[in-house]
Each structure stands twice: as C-alpha cells, then as structure tokens.
Design a protein around this ligand. Structure first.
Ligand SMILES: Cc1cc2nc3c(=O)[nH]c(=O)nc-3n(C[C@H](O)[C@H](O)[C@H](O)COP(=O)(O)OP(=O)(O)OC[C@H]3O[C@@H](n4cnc5c(N)ncnc54)[C@H](O)[C@@H]3O)c2cc1C
Length: 263
C-alpha cells in the first residue's frame, strides 16, 4: 500500500502542475486503483477532483473526455456508444466489475501507457489526441512513444471520423488482464490494425494495415495481414501467455474484428 505525506486538492491546473514538478515523489491521483497496489512513498498527492475534469463533451468535430472521467462514464455514455460501433465502451466492459470501473479514470490509464491496456488499444485504432497541461496537444500515437517527462493529462480528444471499428481480445477469465488485444478500424478504404497486450504497449501494425487496405478482404489475406503484424511488432511471454500463443491468436482475433467492422 502507498503512503501519502501531504494531500492537496488544487484549485487550478497551474497549481497542480507546479506541485507536481516541485518534487520527484509528488504525484497526481487518478482513481488510485493502480497507485494503491504500489508501495510508493508519495510526498504530495495531488487530487484533481476540484478541476472539473470529469466530463464527456460532444463538439462539432470531436468528443472531449476529461482526465478524471471514469470508465463507467465512458461505458454508459450515449455518444460513445453511438460512434465507432461503440468501440470505447466495448473495450472496457470486461475490466473487473462495475464498482471498479466507477473508480478508474481515463487520465490515469492513458498517462500510464500500460502495455496491457484494453482502452489504449481501442483508442489507438481511432484518431485521438491527448492534451497535456505542459506538453500541449499531441497525437496519442506520439504520446505513447514519448518518454515520461512529468505532466498532467488534461483530456483525451477523439476525432469524430466516419470510422467503423471493432475491439477483440483474449483473456483467461473475464476479470483477468488481456492476453492479447486487437483493435481494427476502417475509414473509407483504409484499414488500421492495432495490437496491444503483446504484452508490450499497443502499437499500430503499419505494414499489416497497408496490406489489408491494398488487398481483397478474404481468409487468405487476413492470415497474411496477421503474419505481417507478427513480423513487424514484437511479441513476448509473460505469466498470462506465451509468445507462440499470442502469435497464434492474432489471425482469429483480427478476423473477428474485420467481420464486425464489415457487418
Ligand atoms: C487489479 C487491477 C486490475 C486491472 N485490470 C485491467 C485490465 O484487465 N485491463 C485494463 O485495461 N486495465 C486494467 N487495470 C488498469 C485500470 O483499468 C486503470 O488503467 C488503472 O487502475 C489506472 O487508472 P487509475 O484511475 O486507477 O489511476 P491511478 O492509479 O490513480 O494512477 C495511475 C498513474 O497515473 C498517474 N496519473 C493519474 N491521473 C493522471 C493525470 N490526469 N495526469 C498525469 N498522471 C496521472 C498517477 O500519478 C499514477 O502514476 C487494472 C488495474 C488494477 C488495479
């Protein structure tokens, strides 16, 4: 369990940021589900609850999601259920249980860049930016690749494209971490394949996506796209699954995703 020396609820993002960078062991609190499992000795715990970051705003071209928005709010939001075949709510519905999803936040999740993240895999299949207080607006793909200078994730910006999308995963049991996560999207003729929980962080399989875009969608080409993804991305072994197993289930998950997108 973590320990906290000082607890603050800043009134502004600037105040929160100054506290965050003031000392190495000062941290932002999201829903604390992951933090609680650590043995961190936190100097100042910075609670963002007073900053009105718990929102989902549908704008003309985007859907903006505040950092303190819980998974349960994402899951039950009508707008997120309507867009992209509801890929965002679908990607998180198997995480532990409703009580848990009422606590964990999109900010804590995306900022932490977890390799096993169901949500990050799904978001990467869409056109998504993250807004950082200090670093400004950056594409999610770039944010995931960058190293971690201390910052505050303020919101996630989902662009309202006409993408159809699907999220597929394999788990040992419903409440366990995913063994492999595959998200697929199609915008006009362009396909995008994202693979997460390899067990590394989710990445776009660029060459496999190109292959799918340039060829007919049939059984053979789906298998070939899975093979290309296997070559271009690194897969590994952890306690949930072996490298070989992960590689073997790319094609079936990809096929399920493609079928759902084309339905
Ligand atoms: C037991 C357990 C099982 C899980 N299973 C799954 C699973 O199967 N699939 C899955 O995808 N996820 C899973 N998760 C992860 C979970 O879904 C959340 O992603 C995770 O708990 C982080 O969210 P949080 O709000 O709890 O963040 P916290 O624990 O509060 O914070 C996590 C980190 O992010 C930082 N942080 C928080 N908010 C911000 C912000 N706005 N800006 C900058 N930094 C910030 C914190 O300082 C901390 O370092 C699991 C977590 C737990 C504890």
């Amino acid at each position: 369990m973590f320990t906290i020396q000082h607890y603050v609820q800043p009134e502004t993002l600037e105040e929160a940021y100054q506290l965050l960078i003031a000392k190495r062991n000062n941290v932002i609190l999201g829903g604390c589900a992951f933090l609680k499992m650590s043995k961190k000795k936190i100097g100042t715990a910075i609670d963002l609850s007073k900053l009105q970051l718990d929102f989902i705003h549908e704008k003309e071209n985007t859907i903006e999601i505040g950092a303190m928005t819980t998974f349960r709010s994402l899951e039950t939001n009508p707008c997120l259920n309507e867009y992209f075949n509801g890929i965002i709510p679908k990607s998180i519905k198997n995480i532990i249980g409703v009580q848990f999803r009422n606590i964990v936040t999109i900010g804590g999740t995306v900022y932490s860049r977890y390799g096993f993240s169901d949500l990050i895999t799904a978001l990467l299949a869409l056109e998504v930016d993250v807004e950082l207080y200090h670093g400004g607006v950056v594409p999610l793909e770039v944010f995931l690749k960058n190293g971690g200078t201390k910052d505050i994730l303020v919101k996630v910006i989902v662009h309202k494209t006409n993408q159809s999308a699907s999220y597929q995963m394999m788990r040992n049991s419903i409440s366990d971490y995913p063994i492999l996560a595959v998200a697929v999207s199609k915008k006009e003729d362009d396909w995008k394949i994202v693979i997460g929980a390899r067990p590394r962080r989710a990445e776009i399989a660029v060459e496999a996506s190109k292959y799918l875009t340039q060829n007919n969608i049939d059984e053979t080409n789906i298998k070939q796209a899975a093979n290309i993804a296997m070559e271009e991305l690194a897969f590994g072994t952890n306690m949930r699954g072996q490298k070989n197993y992960r590689e073997a289930i790319i094609a079936p998950l990809l096929k399920r995703g493609i079928v759902e997108v084309l339905r």
